[in-house]
Ligand binder design. Structure first.
Ligand code: ATP
Length: 369
């Protein structure tokens, strides 16, 4: 019998069918499932339905442009300060005995599922928490989504930053989640401690200065019940984002660029930068905008591929499923390397940035704006 979805999703007067029609259908190892690639009717993007089991999407969290007032606005009790890692968001759930790894958009990624099978031993956790999901950041080289590397991560690693009930999305309190990581031998994200809001501001500022010096991304502040969160990022990541966006300038929206520049402006004021320090920020920001753009124009001129380049390594069937998914999504891929190494298929490919390639070529050949 089909489930009564109105008891799962809090939809008010909305007919559950109006929500379900927005779900896309996909297949994992021959089994169909559904996923919601955009938030609808208050249901988070990335929510998936596998065999009538719902796995809620990971919620969006607000960002502070100025830490101090934002912390006091969002929190009225103890605040946990954690590192924000720069990889990709993965939810790991066990459905009908299968451990599945969902990306932020709700896709059951064959590559990530294989990596998780290899790097994580979640059985003990799922024995005790069969209806929960592990939410974490997958970081490390050789992945198909992000390019940031951490010196301490040689292979893919999964760092837990949340445990939630899969159907309600209710988070486990921060302390209990951290204990779970110890009990089940799971790697947690770095925790700086739990503080009063005022002390959390100074800890977060200090952490951000230190993370910035090491080219790391930033912090997430959370209420101890895990229900409220606030993110704040380093100058290093603002520049890295800009470098990435200006390497593919016609594929990234102008909003993306505008928001990064503003984050820098507000941070310079909150961190009471001297005029030399502001000038230094301006110089670095300018370089992160112009240098990659020039490189891209040169690459198109030389007919080299432009886009995001990744290397993946796994069982040949897993690689095939991953590349088919990208192609089905309409991505154009160029492959630079494709070989078998120790029984695994290793592929280096570029997700071609078509708008950047085509518009750049158009202007290079005399096109006018
Ligand atoms: P949004 O939060 O609005 O969906 P987004 O998709 O652009 O924004 P980010 O700005 O990168 O995402 O920030 C949120 C993401 O940060 C989370 O989805 C998660 O993948 C990642 N993250 C890394 N470390 C943590 C952490 N300690 N706690 C929570 N999230 C973290």
């Amino acid at each position: 019998m089909a489930r009564d979805w109105s008891s799962v999703f809090d939809l008010g007067d909305t007919d559950p069918e109006d929500l379900l029609e927005h779900f896309d259908r996909a297949w994992f190892r021959g089994e169909a499932y559904r996923y919601l690639s955009d938030a609808r009717h208050g249901v988070e993007r990335g929510t998936a339905i596998v065999d009538d089991v719902v796995v809620r999407g990971y919620p969006s969290m607000p960002r502070a442009l100025v830490l101090e007032p934002a912390v006091h606005e969002v929190f009225d009790g103890p605040v946990a300060v954690e590192e924000k890692l720069n990889g990709y968001n993965v939810r790991v759930a066990r459905v009908d005995g299968d451990v599945l790894a969902f990306t932020r958009s709700g896709f059951v990624c064959p590559y990530t599922t294989a990596k998780v099978e290899r790097t994580l031993d979640p059985d003990g956790f799922f024995e005790d928490y069969p209806e929960h999901v592990l939410c974490g950041e997958l970081v490390g080289p050789e992945n198909p989504y992000t390019e940031h590397d951490y010196p301490e991560v040689e292979e893919a690693a999964f760092y837990v930053f949340g445990v939630r009930h899969r159907e309600t999305g209710d988070p486990m309190p921060v302390d209990r989640r951290r204990e779970c990581c110890v009990d089940y031998d799971l790697d947690p994200v770095r925790h700086y401690g739990t503080f009063t809001p005022a002390a959390a501001v100074s800890t977060a500022r200090e952490a951000v200065r230190d993370l910035d010096a090491h080219g790391r991304e930033g912090v997430v502040l959370k209420s101890t019940d895990g229900r409220r969160a606030l993110k704040y990022t380093t100058s290093a990541i603002h520049r890295a984002d800009l470098e990435h966006a200006f390497a593919l300038p016609f594929d990234y929206g102008r909003d993306f660029i505008f928001t990064r520049v503003l984050r820098e402006a507000f941070q310079a004021v909150e961190f009471e930068d001297s005029s030399e320090r502001v000038r230094e920020r301006a110089r670095k920001l300018g370089e992160s905008v112009l240098l990659p753009a020039v490189e891209t124009v040169r690459a198109v001129e030389a007919d080299d591929p432009v886009g995001e380049t990744h290397t993946v390594r796994a069982d040949p069937a897993v690689i095939e499923a991953l590349l088919s998914y990208f192609r089905d999504k309409g991505l154009e891929l160029t492959v630079q390397r494709d070989e078998i190494e120790d029984g695994e298929r290793v592929v280096t490919f570029t997700k071609v940035a078509r708008s950047t390639r085509d518009k750049t070529a158009y202007y290079l050949s005399g096109g006018t704006i």
